[in-house]
Design a protein around this ligand. Structure first.
Ligand code: NAD
Length: 304
């Protein structure tokens, strides 16, 4: 039986509608909600992200500013710039576009973002709140994966959830979020590069969540019949023809497509629910970023 598709667009649309209503209320109070992105140097990938963020922010009435800083800046200069944004009352949310140039440390820069303006939820204070199940500004992708899982309507209590990938931005915060409830939590297992027998853990998962960045890592045979599969991976791979040769575009370059970490065609035959890539976790992540910005305004203006 083919799996049900967990479409991100629909869920993202609902979150955005809620955010839009509250942004309008703030507007009536004379408060214009704003999100500020800081990009250092020119990175084509970051530019695409920024363009999409701007479009989504504007859809819900959030004003989006992209600050482009030259690559020649020192880390101290970038931090100083962020501290100015921290002090500016008109700035509600701040995000750092990654990657940053090699002479800088993205984590240290992110840590300079004020906890109540931390739209990506990556400040140690906000990550720390997750331990207590009290996260307000939460890591967007981790929250997006949890939101998609909740959209299945399955009671999570006691389920075996295997999270593949233990990065600070996805796997670790997601695991903390899965343990939010004292009595109703599932049982998470976290796998990573040093896990000895990955398929042992994936095969017994009622819910399999994958955030690695390796196309084809999770094959159909590694998935339990009826499992929920949430694929966070984003990988650019060449489009191949029937003989396995790369298809070229009009300019003679390899035609590329985006895939996840899971072999979708195999997984959809075994899973009960599955997220598509693209169109699954991605749109929800952006919607959570907007909701975090709204939460940030509430923290700044109302202290809650
Ligand atoms: P990362 O490189 O920081 O972490 C990768 C994780 O995968 C590590 O924990 C590592 O131990 C684990 N890993 C590597 N090889 C493995 C293997 N063979 N078996 C098991 N575990 C293995 O990556 P990240 O920033 O967490 O991102 C992971 C993926 O999620 C990437 O493809 C990224 O593009 C994607 N991503 C998507 C969104 C979204 O909005 N959809 C957002 C962030 C990241």
């Amino acid at each position: 039986m083919a799996a049900k598709l967990l479409e991100g667009k629909e869920i993202a649309g609902k979150i955005k509608n809620e955010v839009k209503k509250e942004v309008e209320k703030f507007k009536e109070e004379g408060i214009e909600v704003s999100l500020h992105a800081v990009m250092i140097g020119d990175n084509p990938g970051s530019r695409v992200y920024a363009r999409n963020q701007k479009k989504s922010a504007e859809e819900v009435g959030i004003v989006y500013h992209l600050h482009e800083l030259p690559e020649s800046q020192t880390q101290e200069e970038v931090i100083k710039f962020i501290e100015e944004l921290n002090r500016d009352e008109k700035v509600n949310g701040i995000i750092l576009q990654v990657p940053v140039p090699s002479h800088m440390n993205a984590r240290e820069i992110q840590m300079s973002i004020s906890p109540d303006k931390d739209a990506e939820g990556m400040n140690p204070y906000n990550i720390g709140l997750l331990i207590y199940g009290k996260g307000k500004l939460v890591p967007c992708t981790a929250k997006a994966a949890k939101t998609l899982l909740e959209a299945t309507g399955l009671p999570l209590k006691g389920l075996e959830v295997t999270v593949v990938g233990h990065s600070e931005i996805v796997g670790k915060p997601l695991t903390l979020m899965l343990l939010e409830s004292l009595f109703e939590s599932p049982t998470p297992t976290v796998c990573h590069i040093a896990t000895r027998d990955l398929s042992f853990h994936t095969k017994r998962a009622d819910v399999l969540i994958v955030a690695v960045g390796k196309p084809g890592l999770i094959k159909g045979e590694m998935i339990k019949e009826g499992a929920v599969v949430i694929d966070i991976g984003i990988n650019r791979v060449p489009v191949l023809d029937d003989k396995g040769n790369p298809v070229l575009n009009e300019k003679g370059r390899k035609k590329m497509k985006i895939v996840g970490d899971v072999v979708f065609e195999e997984a959809e035959k075994k899973a009960s629910f599955i997220t598509p890539v693209p169109g699954g976790v991605g749109p929800v992540t952006t919607a959570i970023l907007l909701r975090n910005t709204l939460e940030a305004v509430k923290l700044q203006k109302r202290g809650k």
